[in-house]
Design a protein around this ligand. Structure first.
Ligand SMILES: Cc1cc2nc3c(=O)[nH]c(=O)nc-3n(C[C@H](O)[C@H](O)[C@H](O)COP(=O)(O)OP(=O)(O)OC[C@H]3O[C@@H](n4cnc5c(N)ncnc54)[C@H](O)[C@@H]3O)c2cc1C
Length: 361
C-alpha cells in the first residue's frame, strides 16, 4: 500500500515536497491554513542564486538548488515564469566588492567582475553605471506563486489532494510514531507528516514539544505594472534591487538581510518606504519614473536561529519531518527532491547533513 504523507503548508517548499512525493508513489495530502503561496512565497524577490553562501557546504546546496531548478523548470513549463538572465551586483563597492568577488572566485562560481562599459551594455537603461559590478551568469529568477501552483497541479495530476483552509493542530503519535495529522477539519491518517510551515514552524513545533529557535525577518517587495523590456539580468544596486518578470512587470526589493534602516520603517511607515524605494528605482532606471505601483507586499522570511535551513526528522516523533528555511525559492526544488526521498525511506542525503533539526535539540 502507498505510503500516506501529509504535507503541511502550500508555499513553494510544501509544493515541491508534494510534487516529489507524488512522483515517488506516495498518497499525498497537502493541507494549507491560509492560501496557496500566500505567505513568504509570493512576497519573495524570487532570485535563484548561490551568491551569498556562508560555508562551502551551503554553497554546494545552493548550487544544487540552481541545477534542480533547471530540471524542474523543463517539467513545469513556461507558466512558471523562469528566467535565466544572470545577475549584476554592486550593492557595495571598492574593497567590499573585491572581497565578495574573491570569495565567489574561491568557490569557482560562474562569475566575473565587469566594468562600467560592460554594465551599461547589459543594462542600457541605467542612469549611471557603477565602476565595477559582479556579473554572475548562472543565476535566474522565477514567478514564485505560479511555480508553486504548477508544482501542486502536477502533484494533483499524480493523485495528490490539496486542502486549503485546513490547519494542522497536532500530530497523533502513539508510542512516538506519527499515525495521523490532527487538523481543524478532522483526522488525516499519515505514515509521515512533513512540516513546510515556513515562518510559523517555531510555533507549530513548540506545540509538538520541540524547540526550534526562529529569527524570522520582515521584508518588503513591490510589483509595478508591466512595462516594455528593460532588464535582462537581475540588478542589485545600493538600496534597491530589481528584476523584470516574464510578463513584463518589475519586482523590486530594498535590502536582502531583512535588517538595516528599512526594517524599522516596515512596521511604522511601509507606504513611505515603498515610495522611497520607487524613487531610488527611478534614479537608477529613469524609464521607470511614473510607472504604476501595483502591489506592496510585506512578508516574513522564515529564518531558523542560526540562519541555515532546518531540514530532516524532528527528534521525538518518528515520521515527523521538517523543512523550513530562508532562500526557500532557490532551494525548494532540491530540498523537495532530497527530502521526499528521505521521507520515502531512502538513504540520508549527504547535502542535507549539516541542516538537521536535531542540532537545536
Ligand atoms: C521580502 C522577501 C524576499 C525574499 N527573497 C528571496 C529570494 O530572492 N530568493 C530566495 O531564495 N528566497 C527569498 N525569500 C525567502 C523565501 O521567500 C522563503 O524562504 C520561501 O518562500 C519559504 O517557502 P515556504 O514554502 O517554506 O514558506 P511559506 O511560503 O511561508 O509557506 C508556509 C505555508 O505554511 C502554512 N502554514 C503555517 N502553519 C500552518 C498550519 N498549522 N497548518 C496549515 N498550514 C500552515 C502557511 O499558511 C503558509 O502558506 C524572500 C522572502 C521575503 C519575505
Amino acid at each position: 500500500m502507498a505510503q500516506k504523507v501529509v504535507v503541511v503548508g502550500a508555499g513553494i517548499v510544501g509544493a515541491s515536497f508534494a510534487w516529489h512525493l507524488a512522483q515517488a508513489g506516495a498518497a499525498v495530502t497537502v493541507i494549507e491554513a491560509a492560501g496557496i503561496a500566500s505567505a513568504a512565497t509570493e512576497k519573495s524577490f524570487g532570485w535563484i542564486n548561490a551568491s551569498f553562501s556562508e560555508t562551502p557546504a551551503y554553497f554546494a546546496l545552493r548550487m544544487a538548488g540552481i541545477e534542480a531548478w533547471r530540471e524542474m523548470g523543463d517539467a513545469l513549463g513556461p507558466e512558471a515564469g523562469l528566467r535565466w538572465g544572470g545577475s549584476l551586483w554592486w550593492e557595495e563597492a571598492g574593497d567590499a566588492l573585491e572581497t565578495q568577488a574573491a570569495a565567489l572566485r574561491d568557490l569557482n562560481y560562474d562569475m566575473e567582475v565587469v566594468g562600467k562599459n560592460r554594465v551599461m551594455a547589459m543594462v542600457p537603461g541605467l542612469a549611471q553605471a557603477p565602476d565595477a559590478a559582479i556579473h554572475v551568469r548562472c543565476e535566474g529568477a522565477v514567478d514564485m506563486a505560479a511555480a508553486t501552483r504548477r508544482m501542486l497541479d502536477g502533484a494533483v495530476g499524480m493523485g495528490a489532494k490539496v486542502l486549503v483552509g485546513v490547519a494542522l493542530q497536532g500530530v497523533e503519535a502513539p508510542g512516538g510514531r506519527a499515525r495521523a495529522a490532527l487538523t481543524s477539519h478532522g483526522r488525516i491518517e499519515a505514515d509521515a507528516v512533513v512540516l513546510a510551515t515556513g515562518a510559523a514552524s517555531g510555533a507549530v513545533l513548540a506545540a509538538l514539544d520541540f524547540g526550534l529557535p526562529m529569527d524570522n525577518k520582515r521584508g518588503m517587495i513591490l510589483h509595478t505594472a508591466p512595462t516594455a523590456p528593460l532588464l535582462e539580468p537581475i540588478v542589485l544596486a545600493p538600496g534597491v534591487h530589481v528584476r523584470q518578470a516574464t510578463d513584463g512587470h518589475l519586482v523590486v526589493g530594498e535590502i536582502f538581510s531583512g535588517d538595516g534602516p528599512g526594517a524599522a520603517r516596515l512596521a511604522t511607515d511601509p507606504a513611505g518606504l515603498a515610495a522611497e524605494v520607487m524613487a531610488r528605482l527611478a534614479a537608477l532606471l529613469p524609464a521607470t519614473r511614473g510607472l504604476a505601483l501595483e502591489r506592496v507586499m510585506l512578508g516574513t522570511r522564515p529564518v531558523p536561529g542560526d540562519g541555515f535551513p532546518a531540514v530532516g526528522p524532528v527528534p521525538g516523533i518518528d515520521g515527523l519531518y521538517l523543512a523550513t528555511m530562508h532562500s526557500g525559492i532557490t532551494l525548494a526544488p532540491v530540498i523537495g527532491q532530497l527530502g521526499a526521498a528521505e521521507v520515502m525511506g531512502g538513504p540520508d542525503a549527504a547535502l542535507l547533513a549539516p541542516y538537521r533539526p536535531a542540532r537545536f535539540a
